[in-house]
Design a protein around this ligand. Structure first.
Ligand SMILES: [Zn+2]
Length: 233
């Protein structure tokens, strides 16, 4: 076994899977290195506390051995925050799990940019503090896509800048008007204005947004269509 240097980081646990007899492999979103896969030796032995500290949705400080290939290896972990308010409320817990799944599916491994970590942490805190789960989820998805380089055009037609008759051209990167070749159902201006605001607003302003359920459902399908074609490239 070749061991590289020790590293210290803050990490959000996105997934924990049992491995071998007593070990666990955790996927974390680290502050400084994007997503990491870390082997936690003896995580399932009762006398060791690492397993409980590195449970899904926990924020921990970790020290780990970085390996050039394969899994990194945990040396020590301390719990910073475990979001108890998320775990006692089913809609919030579900939203928290969807959020961590987005992070796991989208944030690259060994990504030296702290923004995905900070974004995810801010949104988990907002969820715990009572923000509307569906509003926070849509805003998180838009912001995560944007900071990973997939920012949808939401302020008018992506071709001519027009504001009338806008449709969703997920493959082209956002709104497209009918004159420029947009087809399909029109996206109501109320919906695309709100989506644009979700990218810009401060967290306190975001928490005050009240959005009808129908609009949230429309946003959900627009965002998912966008993610599917943009990330398939
Ligand atoms: Zn146009």
């Amino acid at each position: 076994m070749t061991l590289a240097e020790l590293f210290r980081d803050r990490a959000l646990v996105l997934r924990a899977q049992d491995h071998a007899e007593t070990d666990r492999i955790v996927s974390v979103l680290s502050e400084n290195r994007g997503q990491l896969e870390i082997l936690v030796k003896g995580a399932r032995r009762i006398e060791r506390s690492w397993g409980a500290i590195l449970d899904i949705l926990n924020l921990a400080e970790i020290i780990y051995y970085r390996r050039r290939s394969g899994l990194h290896l945990l040396r020590e972990a301390w719990l910073i925050q475990d979001f108890p308010g998320l775990r006692v409320d089913l809609p919030r817990l579900e939203a928290g799990l969807i959020l961590t799944r987005w992070a796991r599916e989208l944030v690259p491994h060994e990504f030296p940019d702290p923004r995905p970590f900070r974004l995810t942490l801010n949104f988990l805190r907002a969820l715990e503090e009572g923000g509307a789960p569906e509003v926070l989820l849509r805003a998180y998805e838009l912001r995560l896509l944007s900071l990973l380089g997939y920012r949808p055009v939401l302020n008018g037609c992506l071709s001519c800048g027009g504001k009338e008759g806008l449709t969703w051209a997920a493959d082209r990167g956002g709104l497209l008007c009918r004159k420029c070749g947009g087809s399909g159902e029109e996206v109501p201006s109320r919906v695309w204005n709100t989506m644009g605001a979700m990218l810009r607003l401060s967290m306190p302003a975001l928490l005050r947004l009240r959005i009808p359920e129908d609009d949230l459902n429309t946003m959900d399908s627009l965002i998912h269509a966008f993610r599917a074609v943009q990330l398939a490239r």
